[in-house]
Structure formats: structure tokens, C-alpha cells
Design a protein around this ligand. Sequence first.
Ligand code: NAX
Length: 331
Amino acid sequence: AKEPVRVLVTGAAGQIGYALVPMIARGVMLGADQPVILHMLDIPPAAEALNGVKMELVDAAFPLLKGVVATTDVVEACTGVNIAVMVGGFPRKEGMERKDVMSKNVSIYKSQATALEQHAAPNCKVLVVANPANTNALILKEFAPSIPAKNITCLTRLDHNRALGQISEKLNVQVSDVKNVIIWGNHSSTQYPDVNHATVKTPSGEKPVRELVKDDAWLNGEFITTVQQRGAAIIKARKLSSALSAASAACDHIRDWVLGTPEGTWVSMGVYSDGSYNAPAGVIYSFPVTCRNGEWTIVQGLAIDEFSRKKLDLTGAELTEEKELAYSCLS
Ligand code: NAX
């Protein structure tokens, strides 16, 4: 039998946490043959609710779940973890300045970086979900210098999956037959969902999405804004932000990273930019990646047209600005 993998979920008493921990305990993230030990962190005001989640995990009698650590102590939470899914953060409240929200999250991610660096298992893989996801991940990277930069990522897979979903609805095809959309840049409304290299599996082979949709106005307009603003549309409908889809995307992100992407398929991940595609280097930027042996590689050589170029630059500029704002919170 396999040794259990320790998976940390921060903000585990929140709504994404509530959807995510049962998925992990059922093997959705790491496979149906991989035992897990869940580490759940939240803050003291949520301690009782967190304990309630632990009680439900016990009650669910998950065969793969070999232990649960539920704590408000960041050191206890981080100790020995192989995977860390960072969902906890400070939400933007009405009337708050962007800088104030950034400042709260910078201090959270700075201290959690230190705890992970000192107490996580070697080669721990980190996924930041909490917003501003790219910049929280960057702060985590900066303050955990002994964790390799390649081990620190942020979630744009939800946006990627939303793009697949929109194409599948438009063409009335199975979502599993659509692949290779790309989310470029920031997990914010400046993200660029790009279908220029996306394909659909048809009885007569793989066909480009553009050829099948035959509606460039839709692809260059409504499709992009729908994906960019889907989070707000969910809030409007549910009066709560996306939770099950975010949890599912977090599982997809880690599963593909650890177990590999299928041959011929790429996915979107926010990763430490090396300046590929002339994106700004030194920020966490979402790229198309393939994964193998537990490591991601940016897909190279894709053609970027003028329309796309502007959108890659715009979202890159926003990330550079967020980075500056985050640094200004440190001093
Ligand atoms: P909730 O407010 O329901 O849960 C957040 C939890 O984090 C709360 O239980 C809170 O007590 C806890 N928390 C706060 N500070 C903490 C700290 N210092 N250490 C540990 N826990 C802490 O929010 P939820 O809807 O679950 O969303 C969580 C985060 O995901 C938010 O930042 C949200 O903006 C972000 N999202 C990111 C997405 C992505 O695709 N990257 C999509 C979904 C989501 O909007």
C-alpha cells in the first residue's frame, strides 16, 4: 500500500474548503489508490466551525482518509505537508481600499511562507487559491526562498475550465472533447482566455475551435468577457462566490501537476514567469503548461497574433502593478 500524502488546506472552514476537503478525501485530487492525511488550518474565530468540518470528515468514513489535523496553529498545520492548497485569506470588504486588502494578504502570505519553508516536507508543492491569487503566490515565493520557485503556483484552472465549458455549450459538444484553451496572465478580469490553439475532437479528427464556431465576433467578444466575468455572475446568482467549481479546479490543478497531463493536452497554471511570450519576468503569470514527473513546463512556440499580444501585455502590466503594490505594503 502507498504511504499517505499529507495535504494542507488553509481556510478550510470556508466555503471552498467545505467543498474541497471531501474531494481530497475521496481521491479526486491524488487518485483512488492514494491514502491522504488532511491538515486543515483556519483562524481562531472559525475554530469551532473547523472542528465541525473535522467531525463530518470522520462521519463520512472515507476509506482513503488516514488522519485529520484541524488546527489554528500555522506551524502544526504546515508540519510535514507534501501539498499545500492555500485557500485562506482576507476578503475584500465593501469600502476597503485595494491597498488595505493587499496589505492584509501580504502579511498572511509572508508568515505562512515562513511556516511552510521551515516545516513542510521537502519538495512540497504549493497552490494558492486565495485572491489576489497570483500576487499572494508571489509573496509566498519571495518569503520562502528555500522552496524552489517551480513548486509555487496559483489557480487559473477554474478560468481554464470555464473557457472549456463555454465552448462546449456553444458547440453543443462534450466538454471532454474540447482542449487546449489557454488562460494568460492574472486571475482577474484582465485575464485573457485564448482559443486560438484550442481544438475539439470530432468523428473526423481534431478540428480547431475557430473553424467550428465560425463566429469570430463571439470568440473575440462575448466569449472572453463571459469567462472574465464568470465569477461575478456566480455571485449574482448564488449570492455566494464560486465554491464547488473552484474546489474541483484545485483538484484538477494538483492532479495534473503530480500525475501528469495527457499526451497532446496542456492546461493553464499560474507559475513564476521566466519571460516566455514576452510576459513580464518575476511575476506569477498564467501560461499553458504540460506536466510530467511532477514538474510543469511552459508550452513554447505558440503563435501570438496582434489581438492576443495586446491582451497578454495588458494582464501582464496589471501583475507588475500588483507586485509593486504588494512591495509597497512591505515597507
Ligand atoms: P470564505 O470566506 O468562505 O473562506 C475563507 C476562509 O479563510 C475563512 O474560513 C477564513 O476564516 C479563512 N482565513 C482567513 N484568514 C486566514 C488565515 N490567515 N489563515 C487561515 N485561514 C484564514 O471564502 P471562499 O469562498 O472559500 O474563498 C476563498 C478564497 O478563494 C478567496 O480569497 C476567494 O477570493 C478565492 N477564490 C479564488 C478563485 C481562483 O480561481 N483562484 C476562485 C474562487 C474564489 O473566489
